[in-house]
Design a binder for this molecule. Structure first.
Ligand code: HEC
Length: 261
């Protein structure tokens, strides 16, 4: 019979293991605070990926490349025909074997923006989908900057608000604090951010704009890890295999141990 001496350490280990498993979930749920909005994209949604690819080539590829992706990969994974890719997604490239590169010279970009717009193939992996989603929705008017806008998540960003015609223009409201009768404004300080106010409506409703950005982020999510669709499909088979294997392993165990009792 098992005694307390044995049960206690085992129970402790199980509890510790559970905490190790669960703690990161809490950390990621609370991380980022109110500045980050949930992207809520779904890489299995092919229609959304197609729209995202269209949004990307039309609104981002003037400045950003996705140079680790070939147009033919778009065709295959996003279930498009060669003609659809050529007509709707390829502007500079001649054949679909080409990479999603851009023609803007890095030196020119540096002169115009102060820095070269980074390649975006891996941006959803390095920054996270929620960050990219929130970044694209967090531009606000600020006449003290060269672009006329600022960004809550990347203060002083040299990227202009390229989606303003769709989203409209928004202002950011920040808390003021008062100490000994002195009122301090905290403009552009993320930790004092309160809310955005739309001061000029864009061509899209806020819901339609959210969907536009979600599709874009979905595309970037796929671009960073194109194999994730295949991985999920395969994962189900692997788990099924392990489950069937478990049955055999259990039967074997019963057989081997049957004489020992
Ligand atoms: C007119 C050129 C231009 C266009 C068009 C443009 N960007 Fe940018 N983008 C930039 C520049 C320049 C930076 C660097 C900003 C900085 O670090 O200050 C940047 C930075 C970014 C970053 C932050 C990268 C990081 O981790 O610091 C993201 C994300 C991004 N762009 C996404 C997009 C997306 C998505 C689109 C299309 C909707 C887009 N950009 C369109 C110029 C552009």
């Amino acid at each position: 019979m098992m005694n307390n001496k044995f049960i206690k350490p085992v129970a402790l280990k199980i509890v510790a293991f559970a905490i190790i498993l669960i703690a990161p979930l809490y950390a990621s749920a609370s991380g980022g605070g109110a500045l980050l909005q949930h992207a809520g994209n779904d890489v299995a949604d092919v229609a959304s990926l197609q729209r995202g690819a269209r949004n990307f080539v039309n609104y981002c590829m003037g400045c950003h490349s996705a140079k680790y992706i070939r147009f033919s990969k778009l065709r295959d994974d996003l279930q498009l025909s060669d003609d659809q890719v050529q007509e709707n997604l390829m502007f500079g490239a001649k054949t679909s074997d080409e990479l999603m590169e851009i023609s803007m010279a890095p030196a020119d970009a540096e002169r115009w923006f102060g820095q070269t717009p980074p390649d975006l193939t891996l941006i959803a992996r390095s920054r996270g989908t929620d960050w990219v989603y929130s970044f694209l929705k967090s531009f606000y008017l600020d006449d003290r900057t060269a672009t006329g806008t600022n960004n809550l998540l990347l203060p002083g960003a040299s990227m202009p608000n390229v989606l303003w015609a769709l989203q409209g223009q928004q202002e950011a409201v920040f808390h003021t604090t008062e100490k000994d009768g002195v009122v301090t404004e905290h403009f552009a300080e993320a930790s004092y951010f309160e809310a955005f106010e739309l001061v000029e409506p864009g061509a899209m409703s806020p819901e339609a704009f959210d969907q536009f950005v979600r599709d874009l982020v979905n595309f970037l999510d796929w671009a960073g890890t194109p194999e994730q669709l295949e991985r999920q499909r395969l994962g189900i088979w692997v788990i099924l295999f392990l489950f069937v294997f478990l049955i055999f392993a259990y039967l074997l165990k019963v057989d081997v141990w049957k004489d020992v009792k």
